[in-house]
Design a protein around this ligand. Structure first.
Ligand code: ADP
Ligand code: MG
Length: 238
C-alpha cells in the first residue's frame, strides 16, 4: 500500500484549472521529487497533500486513509518552505520546540527531542541565537529541525534550497539526503531545478501544464524520456 496516494486529483482556482488529473503513488520511505517549470502547480499539489489547500476533484490517501477533509494539523506531516518561515523573535531552540509545546508535549521530552534534532543537524551551538543572527544555510537547518522534532510520518519540502547560493545548495542537498537515509521517512520534495531532481530522487515526477508528463527513477527518465518535454527538461545526470 502506498504511503501517500493521489487518485485523479484535480484543482481549479475559481475558473483557473491548475491540476487536471493527477494519479501518483508514493511508497513508504521513498524520496519523491516533483519537478516542473514555474507555475505548473507543484506548490499547489504539495499544499493539497499537506491539507493547506482544498482539492476540487479526486482523492488523497495517507497511510490508506482518505484525507480529503482532514485538517492539516491532523495529517502528521511536516512542511519545510523556501522562505524558512522562522519566528523572527524566537531563539533557535524555541523555534524548534514551539509546535511541540503547543501540542502539550511534556517539557523533558521537548528538551530531548530538540537536543536530538540539534545534534543531527549540527545546531548544538546555535540554540540561543535569533534567526537574524544565522546564515542562510543555518536558517534552513533550523527549519528542518523544526520539522524533525515533531517526528512526522512524512516530510514535504517546497523548494527549500532556492534561496541559497550554488555552493551551499549542493551541500544542503547532501545533508537532506543523509537525513532521509537516517530517518527513512517518506519525503516529497518540490523543485524547479533539474539537477536537484536528478541527484536526490528515488522517483522523479515531471509536471507540466497541470499534468504528469512522466514519473520514474531518474535514470529511467533520462534513458527513456516519454516525450520531448521530458527529454528537454530532465537534461543529464551529474
Ligand atoms: P509552482 O509551485 O509550480 O510554481 P503553483 O502551484 O504555485 O505553481 O501555481 C500554479 C498556478 O496556480 C499558477 O498559475 C498560479 O498563478 C496559480 N495559483 C497558485 N495559488 C493560487 C491561489 N491561491 N489563487 C489563485 N491562483 C493561484
Ligand atoms: Mg511553487
Amino acid at each position: 500500500m502506498a504511503e501517500i496516494a493521489l487518485k485523479h486529483v484535480g484543482k481549479t482556482y475559481g475558473n483557473l484549472p491548475v491540476l487536471s488529473d493527477i494519479s501518483l503513488d508514493m511508497e513508504d520511505g521513498e524520496f519523491v521529487v516533483l519537478v516542473g517549470p514555474s507555475g505548473c502547480g507543484k506548490s499547489t499539489l504539495l499544499r493539497m497533500i499537506a491539507g493547506l489547500e482544498d482539492i476540487t476533484a479526486g482523492q488523497i490517501t495517507i497511510g490508506g486513509k482518505v484525507v480529503n477533509n482532514m485538517p492539516a494539523k491532523e495529517r502528521d506531516l511536516a512542511m519545510v518552505f523556501q522562505s524558512y518561515a522562522l519566528y523572527p523573535h524566537m531563539k533557535v531552540a524555541d523555534n524548534m520546540s514551539f509546535a511541540l509545546k503547543l501540542a502539550g508535549a511534556p517539557k523533558a521530552e521537548v528538551r530531548q527531542r530538540v537536543a536530538d534534532a540539534a545534534r543531527i543537524l549540527g545546531l548544538e551551538n546555535l540554540l540561543d541565537r535569533l534567526p537574524r543572527e544565522l546564515s542562510g544555510g543555518q536558517r534552513q537547518r533550523v527549519a528542518m529541525g523544526r520539522a524533525i522534532v515533531r517526528n512526522p510520518r512524512a516530510f514535504l519540502f517546497d523548494e527549500p534550497l532556492s534561496n541559497l547560493d550554488a555552493k551551499l545548495r549542493v551541500k544542503m542537498r547532501a545533508e537532506i539526503k543523509a537525513l532521509h537515509q537516517r530517518l527513512g521517512k517518506t519525503t516529497v520534495f518540490v523543485t524547479h531545478d533539474q539537477t536537484e531532481a536528478m541527484t536526490m530522487a528515488d522517483k522523479i515526477v515531471v509536471l507540466n501544464g497541470g499534468n504528469i508528463e512522466q514519473s520514474g527513477p531518474p535514470l529511467e527518465l533520462y534513458a527513456n524520456p516519454r516525450n520531448l518535454f521530458v527529454a528537454g527538461f530532465i537534461g543529464s545526470p551529474e
